[in-house]
Design a protein around this ligand. Structure first.
Ligand code: HEC
Length: 166
């Protein structure tokens, strides 16, 4: 199937699904006084809430040559991937821990080495490779519409990514 057709089919399927759940939400409201249900974050919730911000913060810290913060954010990104695999051991039919390791382990090591060496050029190069592996996984798991890139500006007006002056 050509790529465009496949994407359209995916889009149509998600609209159908969205309409379906909307219909259900309207026709069967939770009974009054029912206990709240435990919220289970979807994989895309986790990607948006814990993976994407760490990826951005790591990039911004490295661009500012703030190596201690970059190391900290890299650790946070690793932890976020671990927790994602714990929450979603299998996504559709894919073992997430295996796929995360296969795609992100080597580039994360490379970024760690660049951070340790405090090497801005190496950082930019390896961070770009890491970003590409986000896309490799998205493509391999039928989500090529989700395209990550190197952040050019900070979406966090309340956080200073520059190195802390002693
Ligand atoms: C092991 C595979 C895998 C890796 C690695 C991965 N992702 Fe994802 N990502 C997914 C899947 C699968 C989805 C779609 C989930 C869904 O819609 O249910 C997704 C969706 C997303 C989304 C879309 C959420 C939305 O609603 O817009 C973002 C953003 C995202 N990923 C960011 C990243 C970033 C940044 C990285 C790399 C640091 C990354 N992902 C690495 C599998 C992966």
């Amino acid at each position: 199937m050509p790529r465009k057709v496949a994407l359209l089919a995916l889009f149509a399927a998600s609209i159908t699904l969205a309409t379906f759940s909307l219909g259900r939400a309207q026709t069967s409201p939770a009974p009054q006084g029912a206990p709240p249900q435990v919220y289970r974050a979807s994989l895309s919730d986790l990607m948006t809430a814990i993976i994407q911000p760490r990826h951005i913060k790591l990039g911004l810290a490295g661009q500012e040559k703030n190596w201690p913060l970059a190391a900290y954010e890299l650790g946070n990104l690793k932890g976020a991937f671990d927790r994602t695999a714990q929450a979603w051991p299998i996504y559709r039919t894919t073992n997430m821990a295996d796929l995360i390791e296969a795609t992100t382990k080597a580039p994360m090591y490379a970024v760690a080495a660049a951070v340790k060496a405090a090497d801005p050029d190496k950082f930019n190069e390896t961070y770009e490779q890491l970003t590409e592996t986000c896309n490799t996984c998205h493509q391999s798991i039928d989500h090529s519409l989700v395209v990550m890139r190197v952040p050019k500006a900070s979406p966090y007006p309340d956080q200073d990514f520059r190195p802390v002056k002693p």
